[in-house]
Design a protein around this ligand. Structure first.
Ligand code: GAR
Length: 191
């Protein structure tokens, strides 16, 4: 059996999992950091399948298990997780996780704009377009007990053309995420 890496990332994802896949691929072959597990609250999330396809074990949990914590902590401990990365995970993170692991999140807007409860995925791009914004972007931040309020570690922006559809804005933002999130995670862990 391969000896455990120095740092092990557990990814939490609720949806499609394209960021999770980009992160897993980025750390393949990394000598110090690997992705040890993907956890999801959504049994039909593509994220779990993407992880399994790349030989990362996936685990599904429900709300009571998430709030209670013992199953989640057991999975994280067995996987020897050292850090948690949220990649499109939509539930508020409970204190027992915040107090046990360093946790990082990505949000698809330039926080503090377009953040908070209920603001996720394409809802944000709708709101950005409706507000007539000329730029949008991504924010990578540490996680605290409130939605989208932890210390900001990194932001990057892109221009929005008035002709851009919601889907085009989403694609531009996703491209920024794939480009930057894995690198920011690596620097955050090795700091
Ligand atoms: C990403 O754009 C991520 O920033 C966003 O969900 C999307 C997930 O896409 N996260 C949030 O909105 C958190 N508030 P993916 O499942 O394809 O990685």
């Amino acid at each position: 059996m391969e000896s455990p890496k120095k740092f092990n990332i557990a990814i939490f994802a609720s949806g499609n999992g394209t960021n999770a896949e980009a992160i897993i691929k980025y750390f393949l072959g990394n000598e110090q950091i690997s992705v040890c597990a993907l956890l999801s609250n959504n049994p039909s999330a593509k994220a779990s399948q993407r992880a399994e396809n790349l030989d990362v074990p996936s685990y599904i949990f429900d709300k009571p298990q998430f709030l209670n914590g013992s199953m989640i902590l057991d999975v994280l401990k067995k996987a020897q997780a050292t850090h948690i990365v949220l990649a499109g995970f939509l539930w508020l993170i409970p204190d027992y996780l915040i107090n046990t692991y360093p946790i990082i999140n990505i949000h698809p807007s330039l926080l503090p704009k377009f953040g908070g409860k209920g603001m996720y995925g394409s809802k944000i791009h709708h709101a950005v377009k409706e507000a007539g914004e000329f730029i949008t972007g991504i924010t990578i931040h540490e996680v605290n007990g409130n939605f989208d309020e932890g210390k900001i570690l990194f932001q990057a922006s892109i221009a929005i053309e008035t002709s851009d559809s919601i889907e085009q804005i989403g694609n531009k933002v996703h491209a920024l995420e794939y480009q930057h999130y894995p690198v920011v995670i690596e620097n955050w862990i090795l700091k």
